[in-house]
Design a protein around this ligand. Structure first.
Ligand code: GRF
Length: 210
């Protein structure tokens, strides 16, 4: 666990647009998060997240599932890339693949995901759509440690987002995104400051040091 004033090396795994990557990078630039993004890794060569990384001179890697005979060998290649970059923390940010056991075990306690709903409600790929379809009055965002299940790991940060009359998937997701841009940098900051202690299912947040 890094000490309070150290700067951790972070990898962001993203398959799509990468607005969370952008928010994390911006909060680092603003001095709010003691981290450096050492690698942006994607399974999708077309991911706009890669372009965002290039614009910020952040190293990128594309590792495509289709280039590997099976999932374990793909995951081993991802783990090797992350270890090569010497990363302390892996942040999944719109990474469309469920992290495989090889990846989870290699970075146990050092891998986070962001989910656009208040877990354990509405896990899976369509968290926003499912909350809306269910008629939830409140949804939100969850940052959690990743275990081998689907969106099941210990919860680090949550922020509620009310569902408004007339919301559709896009309008609700837009407001959830705004909460994500606060929640993910906060979770990464707490980790980087060595303030997250996992006790079973609960994550204890230690008070800020002197
Ligand atoms: C976010 O809503 C995140 O919660 C979900 O995927 C989306 C990624 O958005 N896992 P972006 O690529 O960061 O813009």
């Amino acid at each position: 666990m890094p000490g309070k004033r150290e700067v951790i090396k972070l990898a962001v795994l993203a398959s799509g647009s990468g607005t969370n990557l952008e928010a994390i990078a911006q909060s680092i630039d603003d001095g709010e998060v003691p981290a450096r993004i050492a690698l942006v890794l994607s399974d999708n060569p077309e991911a706009f997240a890669l372009e965002r990384a290039r614009r910020r001179d952040i190293p990128t890697r594309v590792i495509r599932l289709s280039d590997f005979p099976d999932r374990p060998s793909y995951d081993r290649a991802v783990v090797a890339a992350l270890q090569e970059a010497g990363v302390d923390l892996v942040a999944l940010a719109g990474y469309m693949l469920l992290a495989g056991p090889e990846l989870v075990r290699a970075f146990s306690g050092r891998i986070m995901n962001i989910h656009p709903a208040l877990l354990p409600s509405f896990p899976g790929t369509h968290g926003v759509r499912d909350a809306l379809g269910h008629g939830a009055r409140v949804s939100g965002v969850t940052v959690h440690f990743v275990d081998e299940g689907l969106d099941t790991g210990p919860i680090i940060v949550q922020e509620a987002v009310p569902v408004e009359e007339g919301d559709n998937e896009e309008s609700l997701h837009n407001r959830i995104h705004q909460a994500e841009y606060r929640a993910y940098p906060l979770a990464i900051r707490l980790f980087a400051e060595g303030r997250l202690v996992v006790e079973g299912r609960r994550v204890r947040v230690l008070p800020e040091g002197p």
